[in-house]
Design a binder for this molecule. Structure first.
Ligand SMILES: NC(=O)c1ccc[n+]([C@@H]2O[C@H](COP(=O)([O-])OP(=O)(O)OC[C@H]3O[C@@H](n4cnc5c(N)ncnc54)[C@H](O)[C@@H]3O)[C@@H](O)[C@H]2O)c1
Length: 270
């Protein structure tokens, strides 16, 4: 058996991966930063896009420091014109976009009585309309070459209730269906679209956006570890490895799927 040939389908040699939200919300490893670095380690040229230029540049520098290929770019995924310019620029410079990775997501705590209308609309804009816009502007380049993989970072919260955060749950459930819509519409044209649904992942963002629900950051970590059947939160690398698989040719017959990466959390019965 030719092991090297078999394993090469798990890599992204010669591919161009466009990662939206490729920075990290704070020091450490967020899901987007880990995905960008993982794609580069697999051989891809990575376009590390973030609303925060310093965060995108940090990811680019990490990849370059490891001998990989990366560019940093600044873009707000909620702004159609910015996404269009970015996608067209990447396609013009590199001649291809093979992987579209939608990592951007924000959390606003609160159920329908507590959350403001403005906040609800904002979360849907950032978590869901963003992926609509990136697909709208990137898919034409993939379709022109008859090949491409979309990986959307959704959440276990799209399927299961954990806290009252109505806008987050609704936006991620919408993202699952957007994923399936793209997957099925373009299945005959060489496009695959899948979602990764992380459970409780220890990333910088949760310390900024969820920690307020707990007595202390330490209590948050202890409780999130305890809730998970494996006894620990996941890491950004757990999410990135699943994304790499879905982006690679090894997943060539997989489309329209929601891959849960949660240490067993979503399978618990109440
Ligand atoms: N951490 C978890 O427990 C967890 C669980 C389930 C799902 N997720 C999902 O994983 C994704 C990443 O979460 P994370 O905690 O790793 O965060 P992260 O550290 O990857 O940060 C997200 C990045 O997106 C960027 N960003 C924010 N708004 C943007 C915009 N409008 N345009 C462009 N870039 C923007 C931020 O600057 C940041 O660098 C999110 O979609 C989140 O919902 C996280």
């Amino acid at each position: 058996m030719n092991v090297a040939a078999s394993l090469s389908s798990f890599l992204l040699e010669g591919r161009v991966a466009l990662v939206f939200g490729a920075g990290s919300a704070g020091p450490g490893w967020g899901n987007g930063k880990a995905a960008a670095v993982t794609y580069a380690r697999a051989g891809a040229t990575v376009i590390a896009v973030d609303i925060n230029p310093a965060a995108a540049e940090e990811t680019r520098a990490i990849i370059a420091g490891e001998g990989g290929r990366a560019e940093a770019a600044t873009c707000d995924v909620t702004r159609s014109a910015e996404v269009l310019a970015l996608a067209d620029g990447v396609a013009a410079r590199h001649g291809r976009i093979d992987v579209l990775h939608n990592n951007v997501g924000i959390t606003a705590m609160g159920g329908v009585l507590d959350e403001s209308e403005e906040s609800f609309r904002r979360v849907l804009d950032v978590n869901l309309t963003s992926a609509f816009l990136t697909c709208k502007h990137v898919l034409p380049h993939m379709l022109a070459r008859g090949k491409g993989a979309v990986v959307n970072v959704s959440s276990l919260a799209s399927l299961r209730y954990s806290y009252p955060y109505a806008s987050y749950q609704a936006s991620k459930a919408g993202l699952n269906q957007l994923t399936q819509s793209v997957a099925l519409q373009f299945a005959k044209q060489g496009i695959r679209a899948n979602a990764v649904l992380p459970g409780m992942i220890d990333t910088p963002l949760i310390h900024q956006q969820i920690a307020g629900q707990y007595d202390s950051p330490e209590a948050m970590i202890a409780q999130r570890n305890a809730k998970t059947p494996m006894g620990r939160q996941g890491t950004a690398w757990d999410v990135a490895n699943a994304a790499l698989f879905l982006a690679s040719d090894a997943a060539g017959y997989i489309t329209g799927q929601c891959l849960v990466v949660d240490g067993g959390l979503g399978s618990l019965s109440i």
